[in-house]
Design a protein around this ligand. Structure first.
Ligand code: P6P
Length: 340
């Protein structure tokens, strides 16, 4: 982390404008889109932080596309993000976990497509554990006069032009990348501004924390079982046994991994044959960000960002974190894979 104690405070807005000025040809539209997300994040943060004293906690009775009960804060976050994106005629389409289809905004001229997980980890809302918003931004591929196509919505993660998350935890922070490294901002609620806390954060090359829901151990493939046992064996030379940490909120688990190093895993299992986490609005954005911070993200074999999507809500297994930790788990998966 950069020691900013003696440095001038830089707000998210200032930082975005400074970054844009480095590209003379930039139109400023992506900058405006990121500012729109920052505004929505501040509004969501205010609601999340007072959720305990308003009736916004709890379920609203509906279910989302995956049959999961929707919390009122989920809906609030979804509405805030979409209305914020709608303001500036830059985004033509939003795909969100909370909407089973594609939300075409009335900005037919907009050239960006935004995938959202408006409030990831919502099952933690009622127990006051950190939750997060995740965003993933693509350029539309179709010409404006052609109208939007399925190809616009189903682009591989490598095509993202920006991605990031907001973590509503002990403090609210926003981390994003536009492909030039990862910047992290912390919300100062006394002035309502996100303040730059790290302008080029890098994940440790290796880490000693593994993060996986061991409750599904019995349904894992042999390779993953062997890897977790490897993490638990005492070996001072490789700082094992590692620590186990699992919050059950992907943004929080991945953010901790970014800071401390290590690995977060959500594998396929008998309950989730293709994995539980969604490719387009959870795994792709977080994989883009972690790769930009020097880490690695795979589905057990190949890069998450190279997966060619065929459905907007499709799921994938994910192994994400420090490069050495991800390479090691892949070694075990390959060595113990049940040969056909
Ligand atoms: P499990 C939250 O519901 C979520 O989508 C992710 O944020 C989190 O990593 C995962 O599911 C937790 O799933 O099965 O361990 O409760």
């Amino acid at each position: 982390m950069v020691d900013r104690r003696n440095k001038r405070v830089i707000t998210l807005e200032e930082y975005i404008i400074q970054a844009q000025n480095k590209f003379p040809g930039a139109t400023g539209e992506l900058s405006q889109l990121l500012r729109d997300i920052g505004l929505a994040a501040k509004i969501i943060s205010r609601e999340v932080n007072k959720a305990g004293i308003t009736n916004i906690l709890g379920e609203d009775g509906s279910t989302n596309v995956h049959g999961e009960t929707v919390k009122k804060l989920d809906l609030f976050a979804d509405k805030q993000l979409i209305s914020s994106l709608n303001r500036s005629n830059i985004t033509c389409m939003v795909i969100s976990e909370e909407n089973d289809g594609i939300v075409e905004l009335d900005n037919e001229g907009g050239k960006y497509i935004v995938y959202l997980d408006p409030l990831d980890g919502s099952s933690n809302i009622d127990v006051n554990v950190s939750i997060g918003s995740i965003f993933s931004i693509y350029m539309r591929q179709s010409d404006i006069d052609e109208g939007l196509s399925k190809a616009d919505a189903l682009q591989p993660g490598l095509k993202q032009v920006a991605a990031g998350y907001v973590l509503y935890g002990s403090s609210t922070l926003m981390a994003y990348t536009t492909g030039l490294g990862v910047s992290v901002f912390t919300l100062d609620p006394s002035i309502g501004e996100f303040i730059l806390s790290d302008d080029d954060i890098k994940i440790p090359e290796t880490g000693t924390i593994y993060s996986v829901n061991e409750g599904s151990y019995n349904s894992w493939d042999l390779g993953l079982k062997k890897y977790i046992k490897y993490c638990q064996v005492e070996d001072p030379q490789t700082n094992r046994p590692y620590k186990a940490r699992y919050i059950g909120s992907m943004v929080a688990d991945v953010h901790r991994t970014l800071i401390t190093g290590g690995i977060f895993i959500y594998p396929h299992s008998s309950q989730y044959p293709s994995g539980k986490l969604r490719l387009m609005y959870e795994c792709n954005p977080l994989s883009f960000l972690i790769e930009q911070a020097g880490g690695m993200a795979i589905d057990g074999e190949g890069r998450i960002l190279e997966i060619k999507p065929n459905a907007i809500h499709q799921r994938t297994p994910i192994y994400i974190g420090s490069r050495q930790n991800v390479l090691k788990v892949r070694e075990f998966i390959r060595e113990y894979s049940e040969k056909p």
